[in-house]
Design a protein around this ligand. Sequence first.
Ligand code: NAP
Ligand code: G4F
Length: 319
Amino acid sequence: MSKRAFITGITGQDGSHLAELLLKQGYEVIGLMRRTSTLTFERIAHIQDQLTLVRGDLLDEASMINVLSKYRPTEVYNLAAQSFVQTSFEQSVLTGEVTALGVTRLLDAIRIVDPTIRFYQASSSEMFGKAQETPQSETTPFYPRSPYGVAKLYGHWITINYRESYGLHASSGILFNHEGPRRGLEFATRKITDAVARIVNGKAMELRLGNLEARRDWGYAGDYVEAMWLMLQQDTPDDYVIATEETHSVREFCDVAFRHVGLDYRDYVVQDEQFFRPAEVDLLVGDATKARTKLGWSAQTKFHDLVRLMVDADLARMA
Ligand code: NAP
Ligand code: G4F
């Protein structure tokens, strides 16, 4: 049977990496694009001629039903979301509509069109929030600390509920932060590496950040999309933590990034209240034992290499 995948969020960081991976595996790839007044193709421009791009929106269930009916994919990867935590404090209802209820709309569309479709939900380590144990695994209790985290938790549980209620092959990947040169400029890692490149090129004098003590388990997006695909190749749907199993602070990220170009971050980084959050997630570090043993997956790119590859990519982009 021909392999046909439908990706929501194909214009995002993970969507672009996943589309590349699936094309290499011989899939026909259908990608959902929402209507925007300017093009958002930047991350998929290099493979656009190999993709089928269709209009639709997670806010609009009929558009999901229409796409599934027309293209009849065998696998659906739901990567679309309002994914920026800071924005979720300012647009909490929108975040709930897209990041939480959007999952139900897509699951209902699958039930209506073809319940044999395999489904991947992009869950998040942000659901652990005020972490109840360290490291965090599939059995760690959730305690989200942002409207985004709360919305993702809804998406996670509705995926499990539809699996248990209707027998869908629906899996949820609890992915810890993953980054790379395609990361949006608003996220901490990319904001730092972009600033390093701008400072080196004389285009900026300082970098304004919020909480430098927050710790994250940062991996490389290119590694993580492979785990998504592996989940849908299993006979039985399940939930998996995907992480590097290392934790580092925002301060350490700055230190390594600036040192890579021979600078001291303390000469450039300024703390600014506007980038602090009403509630913070202080420490995330995953236990990926289940993914290692059941999927045969482990993170290939670790912290120091990730920072350097991101700085190098931003330097190259500006050269
Ligand atoms: P991203 O770069 O922000 O991409 C988000 C995608 O969702 C974009 O393609 C965006 O389209 C699309 N989108 C937003 N609202 C939509 C709507 N109403 N209808 C249809 N599409 C919509 O995010 P990412 O980093 O690739 O992350 C992918 C997924 O994994 C997200 O669900 C995120 O929450 C989750 N996740 C990410 C991480 C991480 O560290 N990256 C960790 C855990 C979970 P536009 O291009 O039009 O904006
Ligand atoms: O890069 P961030 O905005 O990522 P955050 O909040 O961890 O969320 C990302 O990872 C989640 C997985 O755990 C995903 F689900 C989610 O979609 C997203 O991809 O912030 C990381 C940390 C935070 O503690 C934040 O307070 O960096 C801190 N930080 C300090 N200064 C900053 C800044 N974050 C941003 N974005 N900008 C700053 O200036």
